[in-house]
Design a protein around this ligand. Sequence first.
Ligand SMILES: NC(=O)c1ccc[n+]([C@@H]2O[C@H](COP(=O)([O-])OP(=O)(O)OC[C@H]3O[C@@H](n4cnc5c(N)ncnc54)[C@H](OP(=O)(O)O)[C@@H]3O)[C@@H](O)[C@H]2O)c1
Length: 348
Amino acid sequence: MDKIPVGVLGATGAVGQRFVQLLADHPWFEITALTGSERTTGGVYREVCRWVLDEDIPEAIGEMTVQETDPSLPAKILFSALPTRAAKSMEPELSAAGFVVCSNASAYRQEPDVPLIIPEVNGEHLGLLEQQKANRDWNGLLVTSPNCTATGLVMALKPLDQVYAVRQVFATTLQAVSGAGYPGVPYLDIIDNIIPNIPGEAEKIGQETQLLMGKFEAGKRVPADIGLSIQTNRVPVIDGHTVNMSIKFEKPPTPEEAIQVLREYRGSVEIADLPSAPDKPVLVRLEPDRPQPRRDRDTSQGMSVTVGSIRPDPLLDLRMISVVHNTLRGAASGSILNAELLVSRGYL
Ligand SMILES: NC(=O)c1ccc[n+]([C@@H]2O[C@H](COP(=O)([O-])OP(=O)(O)OC[C@H]3O[C@@H](n4cnc5c(N)ncnc54)[C@H](OP(=O)(O)O)[C@@H]3O)[C@@H](O)[C@H]2O)c1
């Protein structure tokens, strides 16, 4: 098929660069527009972008001019890596103008008619687009991807919830510096240190977990009712968010049963053939010192969440640790998978 023209909004940032890297060779999508703030618009991408990834900037994309974010962009799908404030004002304008907007920003994740999607976990929530169509005078649509840490938490919990019903979760996060964007956290604050405060993050993770784990009934999203206690920390890791969690279930599994369920989990069959879908959304490591961000974040091109240290918990039922690549599965790759799902369902 002819490739679908796509734009990347906020293409010079930490997540925007991942989009550029991933979309350069995508079988369905072709980058036709890149945008940035006033700082970079009008400049040549390779000159104005402080590229931080190991691979070089894709040749042809490096020569593109960074544009303003407005409805004249030559694209059908827009991948938004805008900061929250810019997303708040620009994403509805672009959706109204007819674009399919796949957003990484938190601005609209909790709107009742905006789907918040991890395709393997809750693809059926795309049904909210019917409400969105009825509520808003938009020629396009808006779909969001979750907070990167919520992604790592939910992808580890969902397989177990389906069988044993999760009731309570106590979670402590160890979040990489790339999660704060570029240039992000000052090095004098983070080297040789842990910062036990990421403003607003624990609330976002909690609320989004309830939405993602919730049901879709009679055209509406019904949030899950899970007790959550979350503490967030920024740690001196470049990429990869770790979540240490203790879980209480309605029907507690043994560690062996939990391992088997996580290993057998494939998520929704609908997505198996999408180009960015991993064979296994969740991988289990049995070594006592895994998962680790440096060793496990890139598994399946950064699309699988790795879970390990699955043990009995003396207070709740089970303990375990998950690692997710925050700018891949937790941001750009997750958003591209959402767009692939929209295409396969005929939304374009
Ligand atoms: N980092 C992660 O792990 C992660 C994970 C999930 C979701 N997210 C979300 O993804 C979004 C991007 O995060 P990030 O980490 O990539 O941030 P970032 O590194 O700070 O990048 C922000 C990007 O937005 C552009 N920008 C800023 N103001 C703009 C405006 N008014 N109009 C157009 N473009 C504008 C910047 O362009 P200039 O370079 O031209 O200033 C830059 O390209 C945020 O909403 C964040 O919450 C991030």
